[in-house]
Design a binder for this molecule. Sequence first.
Ligand SMILES: Nc1nc2c(ncn2[C@@H]2O[C@H](COP(=O)(O)OP(=O)(O)O)[C@@H](O)[C@H]2O)c(=O)[nH]1
Ligand SMILES: [Mg+2]
Length: 460
Amino acid sequence: MSLEDKCWTVFNKRDHKEAVHLLPLVKEPDKIIRTYTRDDVSLLHLSSRNDWLDVTKDLITKYHCDPQERDSVGQTCLHWAAFGNHVDVMRYLIDECHCGPMTVDEGMWTPLHMAAYYGSSAVVEYLLSTGKCDPLAKDFQGRTPFKLAKENGHTDTLSVLKKFGGIKSSHPIDSYVNILLVGNPGAGKSTLSHVINDTASFTLLGSFRNVGGVVPCTAGIIPYKLQHRTLGNIILHDFAGHSEYYSSHSAVIENLLQGSGGVFLIVVNMLEKEPVKQLHQWLTVVRNEAQKVLNQCHVIVIVSHVDEISNLVERRMRKEEIQEIIVRERCDSVFLDCRKLGGSGVDSFFNKLSSACEFIRSTSGRNLSLYCHMMYGLLEERKENILTLSDVMSAGKENDDYFIPDKREDVLDVLDSLYSTGLISVLKSEDKVWVVVNKGILLHRGGWDSLCSRDIQRTC
Ligand SMILES: Nc1nc2c(ncn2[C@@H]2O[C@H](COP(=O)(O)OP(=O)(O)O)[C@@H](O)[C@H]2O)c(=O)[nH]1
Ligand SMILES: [Mg+2]
C-alpha cells in the first residue's frame, strides 16, 4: 500500500494519532482524493467529518487544501462537518475560511439540510445562531431542513429548530415594497403597471405595451406581487382614478402602508387641461396619507403622454410649467411615454424607482420572526385565497415543511405581524378570524361572496 493510500485509510478510520504522524510524510496531501460512498473525497472532507480541528487547520494553512473543494455530489467540507455534528470545525470553516453556510450540493442541500437529515442537533443550533442560514431553503425535491428532520424522526433536532421560531430572521419576504400608482383616469397608471409587470424578467427594447380596459374591481385596486429583475420584490397597486373610489382608497392606503411605508407613483397626463392642478391635488392626497401612517414614503411624479406633443416649443413650455412645481415640492420625476418597454426615459424611471424601493427597504426596519416566514410559506403552499384561523392551525399541524406556534394567541400574533407587512389581511369578527392570503380576491365582488358563503356553510 502506498503512503498516500495508507494516509487516506487512517483518515477514513478516524485514527487521529496515525493521521498526525503520516501527514508530514506524504507528498501533496491536497492531491489525495479517493472514493468513499462517492467519488472525489479528500482528506479535508474526512478531517471535517472527524472533528479534527488541528488537522483541518493544518490541511488548509500548511498543505494548501481548498476549503471550497467539492466531492462528486457537490458537497463541501461544511456538509461533511454537518454530517459529523461538529461545531468547532464548522465554526472555524465559516469564521476563518469564509465558507458560505448556504452552499448547496447537487441536490440543493445546504449544510443545514445535511445536519437536519442526520439529526446533528448541535450543528443545527450553531448554524441557526449564525443568522446566515435559511431554515426555509428547499432542496431539489422541495424539502426544507424541518421536513428532513421530521421524516427521519429526529425529535431533538425538531425542537432545536422550533426554539428559533420566535427569533428575528431575514428572508426574501421581508423585502417586499408596496408601490402605489395613483392619478386621474386615463393618466397611464394601468399601462405603467403592465410595463413593470412585463419587464419583471427581461426587457424588449423598443416594443410598446397597449393596455386594454381595466377589469372592474369593487374597490378599484389591482395588486400584483412581483419578483422584479431590477426593482426586487414588490407589490404593485394599480388604483382606479375615478373619484367614486377615493374614500375607500384612503382606508386601503393606510392599511397597506402600516409598518413598512411605500413608494407613491403619481401619474399625470401632460395632455390634460390643467396638469399642474391635478398634480397639486394628488400631492396633497399622498402627503396626507404618508403623514397618517408615520412611515417613510417616497414620491415619484410621472408625467405621461409626452410623446403626443410633437411641437417641440409647446412640449418644452408644458414641461417647464410642471417641472416648476416638481422642483418646489422636491419630488423625483420622469417624463414618459408609459407604453414603452425600453428606452432612456423608461431606464431613468426604473433607476429612480429602484433607488426608492431600496430606500424603503433600508428604512422600514422590518424584522420578522422565523415563525412569520414559516407561516407565509405555509399559507402560500395551501394555495387558498381565504382560510379561517382553525384552518391555519390544522394546516400547521399537518404540514411537514413548516412549523408554526402551537397556541392560538401566538398564531394570531404571527398573523398580525404578517398583516402589518401588507402581504396578507386578517379580518376579525366577534367569533371568527379570517386570513386572506390573496388580497386581490377581496377587491372583486366574487371575493366577498365566497367569504360570506363559506361563513354560512360553517355556521350551518
Ligand atoms: N401616447 C401615450 N399613450 C398613453 C400613455 N400612457 C398611457 N397611454 C394610453 O392612454 C390610455 C389610458 O391608459 P391607462 O393606463 O388605462 O390609464 P389609467 O386610467 O391611468 O390606468 C391607454 O389607451 C394607453 O395606451 C403615454 O405615455 N403616451
Ligand atoms: Mg387604470
